[in-house]
Design a protein around this ligand. Structure first.
Ligand SMILES: C[S@@+](CC[C@H](N)C(=O)[O-])C[C@H]1O[C@@H](n2cnc3c(N)ncnc32)[C@H](O)[C@@H]1O
Length: 284
């Protein structure tokens, strides 16, 4: 790919385009991510009066869930894509939360001063960033000594067929690279030892990686397939570029593949998340 700026601009375009569809499904996304949100907030052991910064917040699910726990402290929701921050703003207003600030910000160049927050969290966003190493370094810079980082990314595509089957089928149909090889992309931080060393090299200590396995349930093939095309960035675009014959071929191949996950009239897929906690060293 080209320069860092060009890649970052493409990331902004990709997620800004996806934002309208993410707005429609924000509550569903949070319901699906509830277990991981609980893991992240549990790992950071939030205390009243603390400041929590969420990176790549999208519609803001983790920060919104943390707002009560840090009162009278504050939550800062940030994302590089302005339309995502607008979705989060609308949700903050709807919930009447008064201790939540919103900011368009690149996690690799944060506007927050040094040592100004107690906790940094991020759900499924570091792998979407063009320079996650720099984003970890920035997270360390803005954390106070002893401050906590907790985030979640996805392990290998085959551990998450609820997403990778659709992504693979669409990538093959439009001649795009397979999902596991896209950087940035959903599986870009799937390699645990690479991830561990990125976080450690940024200066974090007590780096803890844990797999959180679960299931994703869908009422029917149609509801699963509709949601995949709505939420996977690039999927709507890939789908729109296919003619009727190519669409039928993709759909019938997928119907066949998901048979393996059909149970009691539903689709039940395994899912796996890589959840990570770490700490900025204490001041010596
Ligand atoms: C998969 S979405 C996750 C959204 C949200 N955290 C959630 O779990 O619902 C990834 C988000 O990361 C954001 N993002 C990508 N690169 C970023 C960067 N460099 N800095 C901040 N946010 C970024 C995207 O705009 C998008 O909103």
């Amino acid at each position: 790919m080209g320069s860092r700026r060009a890649v970052a601009d493409e990331v902004i375009r990709r997620w800004s385009r996806a934002a309208e569809r993410w707005a429609r499904h924000a509550d569903e996304i949070d319901a699906e991510g509830a277990e991981i949100t609980a893991w992240l907030l549990g790992a950071t052991a939030l205390a009243a009066g603390e400041t929590l910064l969420e990176l790549g917040a999208g519609p803001g699910g983790v920060g919104l869930a943390a707002a009560d726990a840090v009162k009278p402290g504050r939550v800062i929701l940030t994302d590089i894509a302005p339309p995502m921050i607008e979705i989060a703003r609308e949700r903050v207003q709807r919930l009447g939360l008064e201790n939540v600030d919103l900011e368009v910000a690149d996690a690799a160049a944060l506007p927050q001063p040094d040592a100004s927050v107690d906790v940094v969290v991020s759900r499924f966003a570091f792998q979407a960033m063009d320079d996650p190493g720099r984003a970890f370094a920035e997270s360390l810079r803005v954390l106070r000594p002893g401050g906590r980082l907790a985030f979640a990314v996805f392990p290998a595509p085959e551990r998450n067929p609820w997403s990778s089957l659709a992504m693979q089928a669409l990538a093959a149909a439009v001649g795009a690279p397979a999902p596991g090889s896209q950087k940035p992309g959903m599986f870009a931080l799937a390699d645990e030892s690479h991830l561990h060393s990125l976080v450690s090299r940024a200066g974090f200590v007590d780096v803890w990686l844990e797999h959180v396995a679960g299931e994703r349930h869908f009422a029917s093939f149609e509801s699963w397939w509709h949601l995949r095309r709505e939420l996977a960035p690039g999927a709507a675009q890939a789908w729109a570029s296919l003619d009727e014959t190519a669409r039928e071929a993709v759909e019938s191949a997928l119907r066949e593949q998901v048979q393996a996950y059909s149970a009691h009239g539903q689709l039940v897929f395994p899912s796996d998340v890589l959840a990570v906690a770490a700490r900025r060293p204490d001041r010596r």
